[in-house]
Ligand binder design. Structure first.
Ligand code: NDP
Length: 385
């Protein structure tokens, strides 16, 4: 039976990996909507290839380019934030939420309000909205399937078990491309070095987050919302080979782990086919070739981001959204060459400490207002230092 899908962030790393899987199942999928920010030509090409009904650019200024590229195709084109939400609200069997950053939050919430099934890659949306999102999921009877490889691993390891029996959830982290750098070397890291991840091919923002370890910090908060075992039962371990994607230890001493190649098509396929399985083109795991799996404790002196994220999660309320927004601004400044690598976490910590944190956001508008205010604060801080 044909299934319908909308992909938010179709031109990105997760979006194109998702489309790669759909391409391998001709006739099984009907694409409702594909979205991007401003990659109009790429989006139009994908919309034509997959015969999408609708293509949307988040940046309205790119709509004329999208319209021109879609001319004669019969595919509807739209632009702007409201159009993104309208696209996300169209009923489909599954929505792939793969916009990067808090920019993806409003569309994700629109999909949740339809009570749909959402494969969630956009971790910043859940980190920023927290209980606002989980409450909406419950209220509207939506289903969140975690795309992040770690959370997808945990989701699989929890299947058929009771969270009350969990002793530990262990999030594995590759440690990123700078894992072995000294503090002095970290201060001189360039954007090119930071995005050169040893195991995963990903978008620029998450690649920098992996290098600073903020990615793992965001994932800690994400896991806290997805798997309610208590923050003190979620820990992080460095595992440079990225073969074990995460583990769940139960109170009887059994640890279940999910293993796989470092290829996002595996967790994406797990979500697309859930609760069944589908073929992927990924090579089987060759354990003798891998040889050894190693594990280390994280170093929160050289990489303070996981500490900041844990503190923000413990503080709760507005803190995770502030952490995320300040990080987005700092990472963008680093990628433009305006901020040294080691200042990213410093900016986040300063904004967190300086902010007279408002009360916990109660709805989407509160979260978006908090996000916008924090971005202004972080941008002002960058200008004055
Ligand atoms: P990319 O940067 O590769 O792609 C981002 C997508 O979002 C693009 O389609 C981009 O459009 C669109 N986009 C960017 N900004 C906006 C905006 N303001 N409004 C609307 N659309 C926007 O990111 P990734 O695919 O790497 O990551 C996507 C999400 O998935 C992130 O939250 C990331 O943390 C998460 N994730 C990614 C993994 C990976 O392997 N890449 C692994 C696990 C999670 P355009 O092309 O026009 O810029």
């Amino acid at each position: 039976m044909t299934r319908s899908i909308t992909i938010l962030g179709a031109t990105g790393s997760v979006g194109t990996s998702t489309l790669d899987l759909l391409r391998r199942e001709p006739g099984e999928w009907r694409v409702e909507a594909l979205t991007a920010n401003c990659s109009a030509k790429e989006l139009a090409a994908l919309a034509r290839e997959f015969d999408a009904r609708l293509a949307v650019v988040g940046d309205e200024e790119c709509l004329s380019e999208l319209r021109a590229a879609l001319e004669g195709s019969g595919i509807e084109a739209a632009g702007g934030q409201r159009a993104l939400c309208e696209a996300a609200a169209r009923p489909v069997d599954i929505t792939m939420a793969a916009i990067v950053g808090c920019a993806g939050l409003a569309p994700v919430m629109a999909a949740i309000e339809q009570g749909g099934t959402i494969a969630l890659a956009n971790k910043e949306a859940l980190v920023s909205a927290g209980e606002v999102m989980t409450t909406a999921v419950e209220k509207h009877g939506a289903t969140l399937l975690p795309v992040d490889s770690e959370h997808n691993a945990i989701f699989q390891c929890l299947h058929g078990n009771d969270v009350a029996e969990v002793r530990w959830i262990t999030l594995t982290a590759s440690g990123g491309p700078l894992r072995t750098c000294s503090a002095e070397e970290l201060a001189r890291v360039t954007p090119e070095q930071a995005v050169a991840h040893p195991n995963w091919s990903m978008g620029a923002k998450i690649s920098v987050d992996s290098a600073t370890m903020m990615n793992k910090g965001l994932e800690l908060i994400e896991a806290h919302h997805l798997f309610p075992v208590g923050l003190d039962r979620i820990r992080i371990v460095i595992h440079p080979q990225s073969v074990i994607h995460s583990m769940v230890e139960y109170r009887d001493g059994s640890t279940l782990a999910q293993l796989g190649p470092p290829d996002m098509r595996v967790p994406i396929a797990s979500c697309l086919a859930w609760p069944r399985r589908m073929e992927t083109p990924c090579a089987p795991l060759d354990l003798p070739a891998i040889g050894e799996l190693s594990f280390f404790a994280p170093d929160e002196v050289r990489f303070p981001a996981t500490r900041l994220a844990r503190e923000a999660a413990e503080a709760g309320g507005a803190a995770p959204a502030v952490l995320n927004a300040a990080n987005e601004i700092a990472v963008a400044a680093f990628l433009k060459g305006h901020l040294p690598f080691t200042r990213i976490a410093l900016v986040v910590e300063t904004v967190l400490n300086e902010s007279n944190l408002p009360p916990a956001p109660e709805n989407l508008e509160d979260v978006l207002a908090l996000d916008a205010a924090t971005r202004r604060r972080a941008a002002a801080l960058l200008e004055t230092t």
